[in-house]
Design a protein around this ligand. Structure first.
Ligand code: AMP
Ligand code: ZN
Length: 480
């Protein structure tokens, strides 16, 4: 196993991952709220987590990947009420859409994908133990709150200052202070008593009808599935506080020991330099990008190629850069495989099964060093392109070609780029003056509605190996 390090939000340091048990890494990722199609910002985070998992596996570890589905909260309930549909019908539809997008973007499926609504007993028993230990209290209306003052380490992850805790920031329902009688404004809700706006979404509990608070589900489900592998917990940077600080507080108080060791947060995706928002009309889903004619692998490249801890600015231009980078990667893959007896799909399958972990990194050592050092994908890609240049200008023995082919495809696997789906663009060749002049004459004939002359010019161009294509208000020429 080669070391893999990630920045740990808890210590603010890069730390090597250390399995709690054997060579298995438990990895819990906060999943989507299934009330609408996830946007490409959400996918930036899910993709970074996917490359994390693939990188850990490529280093030789086994990963148990758990990613939840938030299928009950204020947003999902509001959608089911607005559409007059049962909550389950709404969340199942958006879960399917999410799964389709994940498949298109080549995300590995988590082995466990628990739903909040299917883990109500686990959540209520966690509340019961917190009440028993006096870390939580019920209010008259049948809600239950976590008592922040009972956990002196509260806020260690985000290093939130005391003054911030006097606001509503710790709650997942920021404006509910009038409706509930909390002992302190910093206390956050574990169980929300049933309200008329909840429609028929409620469960019975020892405190009356209601539903769990959002923070609780991730604690209950991660403890259920990863209690022996509390290794990595991750989400977008907005989840650091209050979501993850609340998770740590309620989990450590109820189970009496440390919760996850390594906390990893992904920075946000900006669009055209600003926050994505529907009102600014810069809010993209995977469908929006594919409709513009880009392959999913191109979107995956554009969303993964920056460092996950730095905000990236998404532009349509970044998709064009991604397309040409992928074309270079695919061309190299085809060439190096042609020099060996290896096949891409067979090789990737054996890497996925963990069979190539001992193979040398050959000329791709630097790229692996970058990737395994806090997932520096940008650095790894730079090193890959440098290695490609070097290999292309060297005579390799058969053995060296095979070693480099395996090493390169281990990186392709870790980055999750499906090179088979990359559509190679035709190289753009500047047309000679004579061809440009013929194309212009054809255009002018067409404008003058002289169709016979236009067709003759087209035929002349074709004879010389050039194709003319009309665009909205002009034309393009390319080689046949
Ligand atoms: P949600 O469905 O809102 O619970 O979010 C799913 C995941 O996407 C969480 O890990 C969020 O932190 C993350 N996320 C939300 N907005 C963005 C964004 N603009 N860029 C990157 N990640 C985001
Ligand atoms: Zn969570």
């Amino acid at each position: 196993m080669t070391p893999v390090t990630f920045h740990n939000t808890l210590s603010r340091q890069n730390e090597a991952i250390q399995p709690t048990k054997g060579n298995v890494i438990g990895m819990y990722c906060c999943g989507p709220t299934v009330y609408a199609q996830a946007h490409i910002g959400n996918f930036r985070t899910f993709l970074a987590q996917d490359v994390m998992r693939r990188t850990i596996q490529t280093a030789g570890y086994k990963v148990i990947h758990v990613r939840n589905l938030t299928d009950v909260d204020d947003k999902t309930i509001a959608k089911s009420v607005a559409e007059a549909k049962p909550l389950r019908e709404v969340t199942e539809h958006w879960t399917e859409v999410f799964h389709d997008d994940c498949e298109r973007l080549n995300l590995l499926k988590p082995q466990i994908e628990p739903k909040a609504t299917e883990h109500i007993p686990e959540q209520t028993s966690m509340i019961e133990s917190l009440i028993e230990k006096e870390n939580a209290y019920a209010t008259e209306d049948g809600s239950v709150y976590f008592r922040v003052s009972s956990f002196p380490e509260y806020g260690a992850l985000s290093r939130v200052k005391d003054r911030e805790l006097t606001t509503d920031a710790a709650s997942d329902t920021p404006n509910d202070s009038d409706e509930y009688e909390r002992d302190s404004m910093a206390d956050f809700v574990l169980w929300k008593s049933r309200k008329p706006t909840d429609g028929d979404v409620y469960w019975d509990s020892p405190w009356g009808q209601g539903r769990p608070g959002w923070h609780l589900e991730c604690s209950a489900m991660s403890m259920k599935y990863l209690s022996n592998n509390l290794d990595i917990h991750s989400g977008g940077v907005d989840l650091t506080f209050p979501h993850h600080d609340n998770e740590i507080a309620q989990s450590e108080c109820s189970c009496g020991h440390k919760f996850f060791k390594h906390w990893i947060h992904c920075a946000h995706l900006l669009v055209d330099g600003g926050k994505m928002s529907k009102s600014l009309n810069n809010f993209y889903t995977v469908d929006d990008i594919l409709k513009k004619g880009y392959q999913p692998v191109v979107l995956r490249y554009a969303l993964t190629s920056g460092h996950y801890r730095q905000t990236i600015n998404f532009t349509l231009d970044s998709l064009n850069a991604a397309q040409s980078a992928l074309t270079r990667l695919k061309k190299f893959s085809d060439d190096i495989l042609a020099a060996t007896s290896l096949k891409r799909s067979t090789l990737l399958k054996s890497i996925d099964k963990g069979k190539q972990t001992k193979a040398p990194w050959a000329k791709f050592q630097k790229a692996w060093d970058q990737l395994s050092n806090d997932l520096n994908i940008a650095g790894a890609l730079g090193a890959i392109f440098t290695a490609i240049k070097e290999i292309n200008s060297t005579e390799l023995s058969n053995e060296e070609a095979a070693e480099n082919a395996i090493a390169f495809h281990k990186l392709v696997y870790a980055l999750g780029y499906d090179l088979d789906s990359v559509v190679i663009e035709k190289p753009k060749i500047e047309a000679p003056e004579e061809i440009k002049a013929l194309a212009q004459q054809r255009w002018e004939a067409k404008q003058a509605k002289d169709w016979t002359a236009a067709d003759q010019f087209r035929a002349q161009l074709q004879e010389k190996g050039w194709l003319v294509k009309d665009t909205k208000d002009s034309y393009e020429i390319e080689t046949i």
